[in-house]
Design a binder for this molecule. Structure first.
Ligand SMILES: [Zn+2]
Length: 399
């Protein structure tokens, strides 16, 4: 078993990271050959399309660096790393649309701290394309002269999205979109999913590995998806749109709770164990525990925001896939539909609307994503989206 097992079709990148992790261990043992092509680097830029596993591979690499066995996937270091609760790994996801200079300064301050459990302090930054120019300059200084033991793993969709100054100081790893066949095979072989279900999930997830696995293994996830894909044919009235918007947000919050609450409890449990819960004199450290739990609150809050935003992204991705299928039918293409099982419904909508309307509908879904990133109230954002899906003429032309 290895922390890299969940990656599909990224053998080249995985091999490079494994070699670097081995060298990283040799450095701590004082036996590294720093001139070798396999040597460790302090700043990495990991690029790849959505769903290719940018954050999965970054967290796996981080785990390989903090695990005494180079990423066994079984020890406490590996498990905490993959769950996002390792003390020496910081996983940064932008809270708003951009990284501000204040975010960046406080990040760099934290990055300068020495690792506490392992030899490396790993900072994984998602969406590094969202650094503003001034914030990027601050980050740049730390990339140029990294504190000893600090490793930066920067993630972005493509290297073109990243400032040249940052890019040129990083070692780049490029991920590819795994094929639907590769995803289906992995679901079948690694998780024992029935081949038909695996093929359906790979197609429906549009190349997102994590999403494919959730669809294949969780009936609630499939149910939620069906509800969403039913919406285009239910946007008959404004009232219906408002009800559906509320439903989307309520379900996303409920699903987020069911994902993050056990993790929050586990975090607190780990702290209590670390402080010796149940042993003599435990009461004396209760105050220390409280302050440690408080420090975890920010992490829990960030995690909740991240998971909730993933839930919203899924809704938007499923709807985009649906209208993409409508557009395919309207343009007479014989490419396979993402939602083959909904072909009748898709053909009906394709016949009763124009491709210009479909394009507007796809546009408004994209705009909704921007609005959510810009912290527009989610219910309002989805209401506006559904009302425009009902009547795409509402979308200002040229936007
Ligand atoms: Zn391990």
């Amino acid at each position: 078993m290895s922390v890299f097992d969940a990656l599909i079709g990224q053998e080249h990148a995985v091999a490079e990271m494994k070699r670097a992790a081995t060298d990283a261990r040799n450095i701590t043992l004082g036996i590294s050959d720093s001139n070798s092509a396999n040597s460790m680097t302090h700043a990495w830029l990991i690029t790849g399309p959505p769903g290719s596993g940018r954050s999965t591979i970054s967290l796996a690499f981080a785990a390989a660096l903090v695990c005494p066995a180079g990423g066994c996937g079984e020890c406490a270091d590996c498990r905490n790393a993959m769950a996002g609760t390792h003390v020496d790994i910081e996983h940064i996801v932008p809270e708003g649309v951009i990284y501000t200079i204040d975010d960046t300064k406080s990040l760099i301050e934290r990055a300068s701290l020495a690792p506490s459990r392992s030899h490396w302090h790993v900072i994984v930054i998602e969406d590094v394309d969202r650094f503003r120019n001034d914030a990027a300059s601050v980050l740049l200084k730390s990339l140029e002269e990294p504190p000893p033991g600090t490793v930066w793993l920067l993630c972005a969709p493509t290297s073109d999205d990243v400032f040249e100054t940052i890019r040129s100081r990083c070692r780049q790893v490029v991920l590819v979109s795994p094929t639907l066949d590769a995803i289906a095979t992995q679901l079948n072989q690694r998780y024992g999913i029935d081949p038909n279900m695996a093929t359906f999930a790979a197609r429906a997830a549009q190349g997102h590995i994590g999403r494919a696995r959730a669809l294949a293994s969780d009936e609630l996830v499939r149910e939620r998806r069906n509800e969403i894909l039913d919406m285009p044919s239910r946007v008959n009235s404004v009232v219906a749109c408002f009800e559906m918007a509320n439903k989307i947000v309520a379900n996303a919050n409920a699903d987020t709770d069911s994902i993050v609450n056990p993790l929050d409890e586990e975090d607190e449990e780990n702290i209590r164990t670390a402080f010796g819960d149940g042993v003599e004199g435990f009461k004396g450290v209760e105050r220390q525990i409280k302050s440690a739990v408080k420090a975890l609150e920010k992490r829990a809050k960030d995690r909740r925001r991240r998971v909730l935003s993933d839930q919203y992204d899924r809704v938007l991705l499923d709807l985009t896939g649906f209208y993409r299928d409508v557009l395919l039918v309207q343009s007479g293409s014989d490419l396979p539909l993402i939602n083959e099982e909904l072909r009748a419904k898709i053909e009906k909508l394709a016949a009763s609307s124009t491709s210009a309307e479909t394009l507007k509908r796809i546009d408004v879904i994209r705009e909704t994503r921007d609005n959510l990133l810009a912290n527009v109230n989610p219910v309002s954002a989805f209401e506006a989206m559904l009302v425009t899906l009902r009547n795409p003429q509402l979308l200002a032309s040229g936007s």
